[in-house]
Ligand binder design. Structure first.
Ligand code: PLP
Length: 376
């Protein structure tokens, strides 16, 4: 199998899996129980929170464990908006966010918030100037992803944070799911930040929302005192504890993995551009982990299925939108043609992919085009 679908999810690191299995046996007690096993689980959970906070250079109380990035985005966006309506009702976001952000924004709009979706420019980003020119007195929240999950474009979130913070009543949330462990994130500058363990070779059902101390949220899952009363429900202690190791390893290997993946992406992009009818759709400065491409002769669906038959895994667009038959909205927003949007496939890489796999992918695509492709 060749797995080029790492933006969708990644394999679990063997060392993370080993620790997780051990924790399931040893830390099954409820972290809120008063007995000795409960206190042991709680101690390990709080140690993990401390280690994560240390890695991000933030305070321990600023780390909230959640079940997935979709939950973190929902809590950050809806939870913040509901708790801070007195600051205004205007929210800025973009028109290419992940569906969890998009649907959270749609919900807020349906209950009376004024949501403005900024378009991306030809590099696939929202600039700080665009944000600045749309800020209003009643703008209470700006939520923009760091790296786009379909094309890999990188928003200048450090500069955007500066612009947002010129407005003392507004805060900035960034969905950093596709950038965490891949490029540096300006954690200190962000009021809220979302990441997900399963995108960095961690366990599914494990995620985090970093939220600065001064940020007040309305809980969306009602329950007990867990996570400062902001997220009810028995803690998933084994997953939360092993998240500290997952994050440490991803950050330790960040530079080395980036260099490896960049060489792989550059090789593949050059070989795809050399194919008659082959196009690279990702912008030039995109994160190398995500490469969106198209071939004039073949639609996304046909190519995806034909590659699947050869044991090669790729996506047509974001996995959360993969059941919709519409052409990619992100590719269209980038001003590519309708044809490019319906022929686009997303290749996404990890430290485990090789140049040899890239070459096998190219040979497979050439063969598929020869067998199923329309003539140019
Ligand atoms: N945000 C982005 C940018 C993503 O790519 C994804 C997953 O594809 C998510 C959020 C949702 O992540 P999760 O599967 O952990 O809910």
């Amino acid at each position: 199998m060749i797995y080029f679908d790492n933006a969708s999810t990644t394999s679990v690191r063997p060392e993370v899996a080993r620790v997780y299995k051990k924790l399931i046996d040893e830390c099954f007690a409820n972290a809120d129980s008063m007995h000795a096993p409960g206190r042991k689980t709680n101690r390990q959970l709080e140690q993990a929170r401390e280690h994560i906070a240390h890695s991000l250079k933030v305070a321990k109380e600023e780390i909230l464990f959640t079940s997935c990035a979709s939950e973190s985005n929902s809590l950050a966006i809806v939870g913040y908006a509901l708790a801070n309506q007195h600051r205004g009702k205007h929210i800025l976001t973009s028109n290419v966010e992940h569906s969890s952000t998009k649907h959270a924004m749609d919900f807020l709009e349906s209950i009376g918030f004024d949501v403005e979706r900024l378009p991306i420019n030809e590099q696939g980003i929202v600039t700080e100037e665009m944000v600045q020119s749309h800020m209003r007195k009643d703008t209470m929240l700006v939520s923009l992803m760091h790296v786009n999950n379909e094309i890999g474009s990188i928003n200048p979130i450090e500069k955007i944070a500066k612009v947002v913070h010129m407005h003392p009543t507004c805060v900035f949330h960034s969905d950093c799911v596709q950038s965490f462990g891949k490029i540096d994130i300006p954690f200190e500058q962000l009021d809220m930040m979302t990441m997900s363990a399963h995108k960095i070779h961690g366990i599914k059902g494990s995620s985090m929302l970093m939220k600065k101390k001064n940020i007040v949220l309305q809980p969306l899952v009602f329950g007990g005192q867990q996570e400062q009363g902001l997220r009810g429900g028995t803690e998933n202690a084994p997953a939360n504890i092993v998240l500290a190791k997952t994050i440490r390893l991803a950050l330790e290997e960040q530079k080395e993995s980036y260099a490896h993946v960049k060489a792989l992406r550059d090789h593949l992009a050059a070989r795809i551009s050399a194919i008659d009818g082959g196009h690279v759709l990702s912008p030039q400065d995109a994160l190398p982990y995500i490469l969106n491409v198209s071939f004039d002769q073949i639609t996304s669906e046909v190519l995806l299925n034909a590659l699947d038959e050869k044991g090669i895994c790729v996506s047509a667009k974001s996995t959360c939108d993969s059941r919709s038959s519409q052409a990619s909205e992100v590719i269209l927003a980038l001003n590519h043609s309708q044809k490019d949007a319906s022929h686009a496939i997303r290749l996404s890489f990890s430290k485990d992919n090789t140049i040899e796999e890239a070459d096998r992918f190219i040979e497979a695509v050439k063969e598929i085009i020869k067998n199923y492709g329309l003539s140019l």
